[in-house]
Design a protein around this ligand. Sequence first.
Ligand SMILES: *[C@@H]1O[C@H](CO)[C@@H](O)[C@H](O)[C@H]1NC(C)=O
Ligand SMILES: *[C@@H]1O[C@H](CO)[C@@H](O)[C@H](O)[C@H]1NC(C)=O
Length: 191
Amino acid sequence: MNSFPHPIVIAILTSILTSGGSCHKSCSGNASLMKSIQYQLKLVEDNDGKCDCNHSPSSQSFGKVGFQVFNSKNLQNISNGAVVVYDTVTTNLGGGYDKSTGVFTAPVVGLYYFTWTVLAYVGKSFYTQLKLNDVVVAKNHAGAGGISAHMPSSQSAVLQMKKNDKASIRIHRGGVFMIGDKWSTFSGYKI
Ligand SMILES: *[C@@H]1O[C@H](CO)[C@@H](O)[C@H](O)[C@H]1NC(C)=O
Ligand SMILES: *[C@@H]1O[C@H](CO)[C@@H](O)[C@H](O)[C@H]1NC(C)=O
């Protein structure tokens, strides 16, 4: 018997090796296709399925909602129930915050996080509340009455909002003296 492999055996081996190679090639091709599809699905999910055509996908603001504001001046003797208007915008992705009214309007439905800090002037108070539309959802007791130092107080809330729901900081009682500049801030973002 000839000890060399028969030409037909060589042909079969070659065929298996070749198809093995091409299977490997198509497997990895399909794997990277799947990766690409998964990545694109994730982009769509991150943006709630909406296309923001004014921004390139590389833009930081793509699909994001978030704001950070403060009041350039001290606020004194503000009446109960009045909106605390923060007149200076640091961040306002999604355009939800209106610095003329002090009201944040949800541009899209979702779960939102808010936090605000008030620094009350020595001996004075500045109690505030967070309202979701007309409902008080959190209160912040910044009181320095009888204290010989400024007193800060912070509060936060996680709120489920529909599109166009409104969030605002209001005077709860005794809006006597809030120190402005960046000591007292209001911020929020869509989770
Ligand atoms: C890769 O995808 C093609 C086209 O859908 C398919 O014919 C082939 O069987 C797939 N290969 C593997 C290894 O899944
Ligand atoms: C706020 O009210 C107090 C007490 O009535 C008064 O002394 C102070 O001048 C007022 N401040 C402003 C800015 O109106």
